[in-house]
Design a protein around this ligand. Sequence first.
Ligand SMILES: C[S@@+](CC[C@H](N)C(=O)[O-])C[C@H]1O[C@@H](n2cnc3c(N)ncnc32)[C@H](O)[C@@H]1O
Length: 211
Amino acid sequence: MNFSKFFSRQARKPSGLFGRLISSQIFEKGNAELNDLMFEALGRCDDERILEIGFGPGKLIQEIADRSDPAMIEGIDFSKPMLDIAAKKNRIHIQNGKVRLHLGDFDTAPFDGKGFDKIFTVNTVYFWKNPESTVSRISGLLRPGGRIFIGLHEKKEMEKLPLDRDVFQYYSMEELKELLWVHGSFTDIEIRSKPGKKRISYCAVGTRPEA
Ligand SMILES: C[S@@+](CC[C@H](N)C(=O)[O-])C[C@H]1O[C@@H](n2cnc3c(N)ncnc32)[C@H](O)[C@@H]1O
């Protein structure tokens, strides 16, 4: 396996020592600007029930739990090394019942209880095997009026990176908006952006229709 394929697979699902030691560092440092934009876009989350899909090292969850007083922040990630790192980082919040982390694949994992107020995900949309069904699953897990936040970098900038296109699927902002519109899953879609040192960070926000 060449390095591009190996690295791309690790980005999708970190594993082993490389995942534990290297991928986690790359996510924390390399994805910091995009995660900062997400933190701003999400705003305060007091009394809200929120979910992050693919939390990686769990820094964004920690920052939200530090800043806000949510009813519950849940996270799901299918990488055991990421779960271990994120659980360590959020130990106090988990003990206090503010954060709950799950090991599993978002596409198939069961979620109980009332709908989420916000569901967010950063740098994972590239890996969705069946994007329409993932979008409609997210919509179904939100309460009516609840919002989705998708953090990503844009197709043109991602195409410059030496990543494996069998693993990574890129989106222009128009394509992402269209995906969120599919079957009326989301309305009021807006794109927020922030320039960074190397590339622009984007966050797509959509609202689950009330009826
Ligand atoms: C590129 S990393 C991004 C991590 C973090 N969100 C960030 O921006 O730094 C993608 C993460 O999403 C997780 N992931 C990807 N697809 C997933 C799925 N279907 N269900 C659960 N976790 C998933 C991976 O295990 C990995 O930790």
